[in-house]
Design a protein around this ligand. Sequence first.
Ligand code: HEM
Ligand code: CU
Length: 864
Amino acid sequence: MTDREETPPPSGKEPDQRAPVGPYPPTEAMLAEPVDPALSAAQTARLKKAWETPKGWRYWSAVNNTEVGVWYSLTALCFMLLAGLMALLIRLQLAVPENDLVSADRFNQLFTMHGSAMMFLFAVPIFEAISILILPALLGARDMPFPRLSAFGYWCFLIGGIFVISSIFFDIAPRAGWFMYPPLATEDPGPGSDIWLLGLSFIEVASIAAAVELIVGSLKCRPPGMRVNIMPLYAWYVMVVGGMILFAFPPLIAGDFLFELERSLDWPFFDPTRGGDPMLWQHLFWIFGHPEVYIVFLPSIAIAAMVVPTVARRPILGYSWIVLSAVGTGFLSFGLWVHHMFTTGLPNISLGFFSAASQAVVIPTGIQIFAFLATLMVGRVKVNLPMLWIAGGLAIFTAGGLTGVMLAIAPFDFQAHDSYFVVAHLHYTLFGGMVFPIIAGVYYFFPFIRKKMLSEKLGKWAFWLIFIGFNMTFLPMHLTGLLGMPRRIYAYPGGLGWDWLNMLSTVASFVIAAGFAVFVFDLIRPKTKQPQIPRNPWGGGTLEWSHDVPEEAWGVRSIPHITSRYPLWDQPKLVERMDAGRYYLPDASEETRETIITSVIDAEPLYIQTVTGPTWKTLWAAGFTGGCFIFPTFGFYEPAVACGIIAACFIIWWLWSDTAWPPKEEMKDAGLGLRLPTYASGPKSVGWWAMWITMLGDATAFSSVIFGFFFYWTAKEDFPPEGAAGPTGWLVLLAVVGILAGWALSLLARNRNRAGDLSTTRIALGVAAVATAIGGASLVFSVLHLDGKEHVYPAVMSAITIWIVAHAAVAVVMQLYCLAGSVFGKMTPRHDADIWNVTLFLHFHAISVLVAGGVMGLAPMVLS
Ligand code: HEM
Ligand SMILES: [Cu+2]
């Protein structure tokens, strides 16, 4: 036990030394003390008030994870059903040879939208949705650290998703396949490809926002005592998958960025006649695309990792092995992308390397599955519905994994590539590795969310219909593929031996549909007459099952001190004491929403974070951000710019009014005699972590653009073309100097502010903004004489410029924001979270400017 009574009070020199005061961890004697019932009742009333969900139409301004998570999950499920209907149309068209149910063009739209919607509007979002919904409960937190960010992400997802998917009703949907290969997609007339590029980029940004939120949530919102090595496996998977999203989506966003520049400005990034290369897109796409399949697979394993111990009624075996394998799978998955490009004429050495790497990923995947099997074998298993779905999923996934190993062998892939064998393989992995486990998750967590049970009988019907229907649909496709049927054809001649196989697949796909109908019916049928469940109906050991029945919006009555991986099994009296308000944060003294932030490794309490409540600002911000992405698809650039500016204003207003204001009281009682600070800046605060993580993603996207430069440089002989002009050297230098000066001055401002020297702080910030602006402008002028249309070389230079200048603009806004904060009392020497986050952004910006300066200023000299 450590006693912090001795901690010195904050001194003038080191204003951020506000530290927790009081005993920690709590002793059994402290926990055994009864709580005064009158006090407890008063606390309950205040908590209720603080966490009240808005009523009537204001309900939609809610930002609480329990509301946003439910909307998010339902929306993703709806998109899945729509994409499923498209699959049925595809199957109907292919039922008989030479069918003319839909036209060739419509068919292309159907399979492109089916694949894109399943992957981008269902597979990734559903993971984030479920995680937003349950993660705080798993961690005994009251909410996610940035509820408004979740709400913003949700609204972006909804708007973007509806926009992308509804294009199919207007016959303008994308139609170049879910991986949009150029030149097919670059030359495709009509807005289809733009809808894909801009609409999905918009959704990817929202996905990244959610990933940031989830990672910070698992790192910093764990209950006191829940060290990393005892946190629920689900939270580990959230971190791994969140990290993968952070490194996988940005290359795609960078690719989308180049692609859209090519489509709207005719800059020839992927056009070989002007120095471009379609292979660059394939690389960028699959650097995203392969990790993507693990991004959708690992969360399902995470659900299995929660269900299996409950079903086996014992702690999971091989906890550390599972964690290591999850991390290992995450890493390995970034080294496999080339197996999607085996037939593009790559050197043999690459084929060999990526073939071996692809097979190696079986090892960590296998370890996780064996750990589950071992847990089930030594446990006292009582099979329930969630377990049935998990088992079915694992069986199907394993079959898909085996065909995956076959396809990873390059010579086999040469034969099976782009045939129905691949369609069979990918559906085996996706159904087994995500659809089944997700449904298992729905059955498992439904009682937690709605406090009612789904029907056992209907659940079994749904399972067997989908399981049998699935195998009857997709097993034959292995054969159709090996018999030579290519994927993505809208009609085929009869008599090739494919007819009956196709008919079988089509009939069976309706069996799957019937199964889904049963499942959806069970989900939405009214359950008012049904009794509420008892608490913890499955007998789980993790914290989410400690929630009250009926549910209260505050999550937990008090935030417990955790000492075990399965606290509900191992810590007697835990729930009773939580309910009594014996633990931390039992009160909402100012009737504001709060949660405890703990340290990353040991989960020691650090400070109390105010959590924001309902607002419309996020909805407006999302709407206008949507406009900024959606208008350009149809070539309306002015309204797009206007929307972008308005969205930025909303976001700034939202940040300004709701984050990082100096608190009323510096320290607050957190319960059990512990007093915690109410403000943190720098590495202790959640905002700083969020910025770090966001910047990692941002830097990855920038690196992908730079990767493009080096790709052309190494792969193309005419890069740069003979005698081509480059950016103006001295202007590039001026840009670097200006932006670096802005960075250094902001750092100076941060230090002077701490020292209480407000006038220097403000002057430095003002000058920093001017220097950064001059830097950005110089970079623009350095490339103005170049014509991006002529060749990929000027195009790349201009693309890098756009990237840097956009960031410089953000930097200027941030510097002015801090200046305003200092003037209006939002930022004080003690309360400087904003400028910490801004300087962190500027560190990254400074590095990217140095890189850009090198590429734009020095490379022309080296190259010529
Ligand atoms: C009712 C269940 C489903 C059926 C009957 C079905 C059927 C099909 C068929 C026949 C194709 C090939 C189209 C063609 O090449 O002409 C296809 C492609 C695809 N499906 Fe599914 N599918 C189903 C569910 C799913 C799910 C749940 C996912 C992902 C989570 C998914 C992802 C994909 C992808 C990525 C493609 C490739 C699209 C492309 O070639 O661009 N499908 N599906
Ligand atoms: Cu792959």
